[in-house]
Design a protein around this ligand. Sequence first.
Ligand code: HEC
Length: 507
Amino acid sequence: MSMKSTLFLATFAALATSSTFAEVTFHQDIAPIIYANCTSCHRDGESAPFPLSNFEEVSKKARTIKRVVNDRYMPPWHASPELTHFSDVRRLAEEEILLINQWVEAGKPEGNSEDAPPLPEFAEGWQLGEPDIILTMNEAYPVPAEGPDVYRNFVLPMDLPEDKWVKAIELRPSARAVVHHSLYFLDDSGTARKLDGKDGKPGFHGMSFRTSGSLGGYVPGVSPKHLPGDLARPLPKGSDLVLSTHFHPSGKVEMEQTTVGIYLADKAPTRQIQEIQIPPGFGRGMGINIPAGEANYTITDSFTLPVDAEAVSITGHAHYIAENMNMTAKYPDGEERVLLDIPDWDLDWQDNYFFNEKIILPAGTVLTTTITYDNSESNNDNPFSPPKRIKWGRESTDEMGSITLLAVPTEADDITKLTRQTKINQAKIFAQLGREFSNARILERFQMVIKFLDKDMDGSLQSSELPERLRSPLLLRLDIDKNKTLDASELKTLQDWLESMKASEGA
Ligand code: HEC
């Protein structure tokens, strides 16, 4: 290179760094933004569909990148930007979006590769490093190409000789596209093992085993994280991990063989975590029933904390037509704080948000979840066109909704009180089940059922005429004179109760 052109270049470089003439280049301006905000997902083996880890890859996608960053579709972050109390926020600054716009409009100049920042070192495979326990499904499960959603449980035996404590779990599906979500249950009875493979395919269907615990779950968009401080969840010896996975067929047969990595704590935590789900049972007790066309259907449910507690993390769950959801905390002194606000709910991004500051919720604080659904034609996420009535259900085209707060009592001993209060709150689910049970044509058939059971046709049901499974609960509640027989007036009580349930359902 001649002396003259070197000089020219030096002058040009000086000019370029002065603000008015600054040319936005990939290596100097764009790479740092992309590597810090996008590449963790946009690289081989991760969830995003294409890599963004060098000039060529980013340049090829530049137009789309410009669109998705201006829409704030990427990086994915659905909590309201006004909430600053979360850690690991994925959100670009206005100036960064501006730089991307300028770069694309200027024709995507590459710039000097000497300005290029090094590509950060990302963990290959496991996001949190090598897990303490790695479990893989014995056999792959074939997810059909079409048809309704599939719910399937898979047993991963652990044979732990002693109690352990879990800091984090990472689930790596082999067919990410079809895994809608997966919940982690524990079974210490061996029942799940016995059910496994009974129908000739890996795993088993239905919830016919009693779970002995839960370790949270995987939903798309959640990055695995360690619980903060010395917090950890119990993993009792002898437990098997049961994945309860929901598949959404993709149009082609996919083979799913999930691997799970478990990260352990080295000792038992001093305080225990409590999951507080509001409403409980993913809204099972709320009677969600959204007429076609209804654009603003709201459910709301509250829970009053019986003890002082500290908020750890928060996550929402709903299906397609949920629009927005939030949880507020109303302190005993009347002040209110928004814990989570998701203004534009997206089923594909159900992050678990960790608080980055200490949030103490004193006893008496009222936690309230509000979720709004839009079942109108104008909701692009509506799975039905024209819209249909949508009720609570497990299929992804049904609806549900709740926000779960993980909290730790300030005083370790208060955990029993807090757990008891969450159990009491779950009674809402049973009240709803009662209403649905009474609706299930049992009322119409009531007299027929009595006639069928009343073998000696005396108009009363003797204990021997009652179905064995229902005998003691029925006698306990209805046999007022304790003569081990349900006479006509006692049977009438049962009928009245069923009718009142039906009436309250209609109300
Ligand atoms: C947490 C993981 C994650 C991060 C971080 C992330 N992406 Fe993505 N991105 C995805 C996934 C998964 C998809 C595919 C699913 C989808 O389109 O929603 C995607 C899709 C895209 C698409 C295609 C969208 C379309 O409409 O075709 C673009 C472009 C994109 N990302 C750019 C970016 C950019 C630029 C950043 C950083 C500013 C970024 N992403 C950060 C996970 C991520």
